[in-house]
Design a protein around this ligand. Structure first.
Ligand code: ZN
Ligand code: ZN
Length: 254
């Protein structure tokens, strides 16, 4: 399986608007981060995870010329800001796209983008097949996944395990049911928005994540969804050997 990090940035990217780097070294290209997203390829199938406001740039940059399914973790702007681009992608591709999200997330998407659902013409969501995610195992774009939920602010974010890979973003805790599904993976790609600094904002930091993962059998951990204040090299220097900091365009084969 091939995993491409399309974006390793937090909600505001790095640099943030107004070209603010907030402490990250602007001369290190690994600090230039689009909003968090990944592209998973396996067994001739693929899955786009989240469709944030940088979606068009990410798809074009990686020369992705076809995709069939999109997994939406939750309904914050940095994860759904690119959804209105998808009807146009369907039109250009000549086929429908399957979108998977929890019932609560789908409802928020409908409220955010009511015009997509009005049936009054392009762009409309008629070319998108909407599927409701639960915490039951699911066939997602032809890939058999184990889905789980984690708390994030007032909402829940949806993570998944696929074979020996697990992804969780935008989390402030790890419920036992989610930990059980992550356990035993070769690779955990996890949000660590705040780096080494304590979080009080619905996200995670490494000092908070490490104890949550104690006792789980994980070969390697890659940390993503990083705030601008988290400098790549400074953060990497403070982590154990099996923990790496993600950067845009990072490719991991497992
Ligand atoms: Zn986010
Ligand atoms: Zn979020």
């Amino acid at each position: 399986m091939k995993i491409t990090v399309l974006g390793s940035g937090s909600a505001y990217g790095t640099p943030m608007i107004l070209n603010r780097w907030d402490g990250s070294d602007a001369s290190d290209s690994r600090n230039r981060r689009l909003r968090a997203s990944l592209f998973l390829e396996d067994e001739g199938k693929n899955l786009l995870v989240d469709a944030g406001p940088d979606l068009r740039e990410q798809i074009n940059r990686e020369n992705i010329n076809d995709f069939n399914a999109v997994f939406i973790t939750h309904a914050h702007y940095d994860h759904i800001g690119g959804i209105p681009e998808l009807p146009r992608a369907c039109k250009l591709l000549g086929h429908k796209i399957d979108i998977y999200a929890s019932a609560a997330t789908l409802e928020e998407i409908r409220q955010c983008y009511a015009y997509l659902f009005s049936g009054s013409g392009e762009p409309d969501s008629g070319s998108l097949n909407w599927h409701v995610l639960t915490d039951e195992p699911a066939d997602i774009g032809g890939l058999k996944m184990d889905v789980f939920f984690v708390p994030h602010h007032h909402m829940q974010s949806c993570g998944f395990r696929y074979k020996n890979f697990a992804y969780v973003t935008d989390w402030q805790d790890l419920p036992a049911a989610a930990a059980k599904k992550i356990d035993g993976t070769e690779l955990l790609l996890a949000e660590c928005n705040n780096g080494m600094q304590p979080s009080a904002n619905g996200h995670s930091s490494w000092p908070e994540i490490a104890p949550r993962l104690t006792g789980l059998n994980l070969q390697q951990i890659v940390l993503t969804h990083l705030a601008a204040r988290v400098d790549y090299q400074t953060f990497q220097n403070q982590l154990p050997p099996n923990v790496r900091v993600a950067y845009d365009r990072m490719v991991i084969n497992i």
